[in-house]
Design a protein around this ligand. Structure first.
Ligand code: PAF
Length: 282
C-alpha cells in the first residue's frame, strides 16, 4: 500500500506507473473514515484505472479553532479501513506545508451566491477554505473523476461551481448519504458523540422526514416553524438553522414552484459538536 505525504512523490509515482495517462478517481477527505467514505472509494474503483484518497484536515475551512483542534485524526485506522477495500488505493496524507507552502491562507471565491447561504452564513470563510484546498488537491492529483458525499450538499454544489468557473477538467460525482441504523447521517464528527448523543441524534433525520411529509401540504415557512418548535426546549440538541431551499440556487423557498427541486437542510449542535444533514423533498 502506498502512502504519500509529499505531492512530488505522489506525482512521480503516477508518472512512473503511467497512471497519469489513465483515468484517475479521487476521493478527497479529512479522514476519520466511515462507511460513506468507503462507498465513494468503491465507486471510484469501479470506474477508474487508479484511485487516490487524500486525508487532510484543512485548517483554512475551520472558522472555529476548537472544532479544528478536536477534529478526529485517525490516520492509522483510516489506512486499515482503506486496505479492506483495496491495497491498490493510493493515499495522499500531506502536511500543511505540502499543501500551503508556508502561506496557510484561503483564496477568495465568488460562487455566484451559493457561498452566502446556510453553511456559508453560519461559518464565515468556510467555502473559501474548501475552494482553496479542493483546487490545490485537484492540481496535485489531476483526477478524471472526483467523488463527494451528498451530506455536504452545499459543498457539492460549490465544488461543481468551482470546476465550472476555474474551467477544471474533472467530473464531479455526488454520492448518496450513508446513515446509521437510527438514521443519523454518517460523519467524521460522529466520533466525538457519546453513545447517548448518537442514539438521541435520530431526532435529526426523523425531523427531516416529518418536514418532507409536511412540505406536501404546507408552505416552507410553516414547515420551518414546525421544525423550530420540535427543537425548542430539547434537552441536548440546539437548532442552528433549518432551511428549505432550491437545489440549484440554494436560495430559500419563498413560494413553491412545481418546476423546481427542493431540499431541506439542517444544522444542529449537541454538546458543542455541530452536525448537518439534508433530504430531498421531491
Ligand atoms: O468534505 C470534506 O471532508 C472536506 O470539506 C474536503 C472536501 C475534503 C475539503 O477539505
Amino acid at each position: 500500500m502506498h502512502i504519500f505525504s509529499k505531492k512530488v512523490d505522489l506525482s512521480n509515482h503516477l508518472k512512473e506507473n503511467n497512471l497519469d495517462k489513465s483515468s484517475v478517481g479521487f476521493v478527497p477527505t479529512m479522514g476519520a473514515l466511515h462507511a460513506g467514505h468507503l462507498s465513494l472509494l468503491k465507486k471510484s474503483i469501479e470506474n477508474n484505472a487508479a484511485t487516490i484518497i487524500s486525508i487532510f484536515v484543512n485548517p483554512t475551512q475551520f472558522n472555529n479553532p476548537e472544532d479544528l483542534k478536536k477534529y478526529p485524526r485517525t490516520l492509522e485506522s483510516d489506512v486499515e479501513k482503506i486496505k479492506t477495500i483495496s491495497e491498490k488505493i493510493l493515499v495522499y496524507a500531506p502536511t500543511i506545508e505540502d499543501i500551503y507552502e508556508g502561506n496557510t491562507k484561503s483564496e477568495h471565491y465568488n460562487f455566484d451566491g451559493l457561498e452566502n447561504q446556510m453553511e456559508g452564513k453560519f461559518r464565515p470563510g468556510h467555502f473559501d477554505g474548501v475552494g482553496t484546498v479542493v483546487k490545490r488537491l485537484f492540481e496535485i492529483v489531476n483526477p478524471t473523476n472526483a467523488y463527494f458525499g451528498e451530506k455536504d450538499f452545499q459543498q457539492l454544489q460549490i465544488v461543481k461551481k468551482l470546476v465550472e468557473k476555474e474551467k477544471l477538467s474533472v467530473t464531479i460525482i455526488g454520492c448518496p448519504i450513508f446513515r446509521e441504523k437510527n438514521g443519523l447521517a454518517m460523519s467524521s464528527r460522529n466520533e466525538r458523540l457519546s453513545e447517548n448523543e448518537k442514539k438521541e441524534a435520530s431526532i435529526i433525520f426523523k425531523t427531516l422526514n416529518e418536514a418532507k411529509i409536511l412540505f406536501g401540504t404546507k408552505s416552507a415557512k410553516e414547515v420551518a416553524k414546525y421544525v423550530t418548535k420540535s427543537f425548542s426546549n430539547h434537552p441536548i440538541f440546539e437548532l442552528e438553522y433549518f432551511e428549505i431551499a432550491d437545489e440549484a440556487s440554494l436560495l430559500t423557498c419563498k413560494r413553491k414552484n412545481k418546476k423546481k427541486k427542493y431540499r431541506a437542510f439542517i444544522a444542529v449542535f449537541v454538546n458543542k459538536i455541530r452536525l448537518i444533514d439534508t433530504i430531498s423533498l421531491n
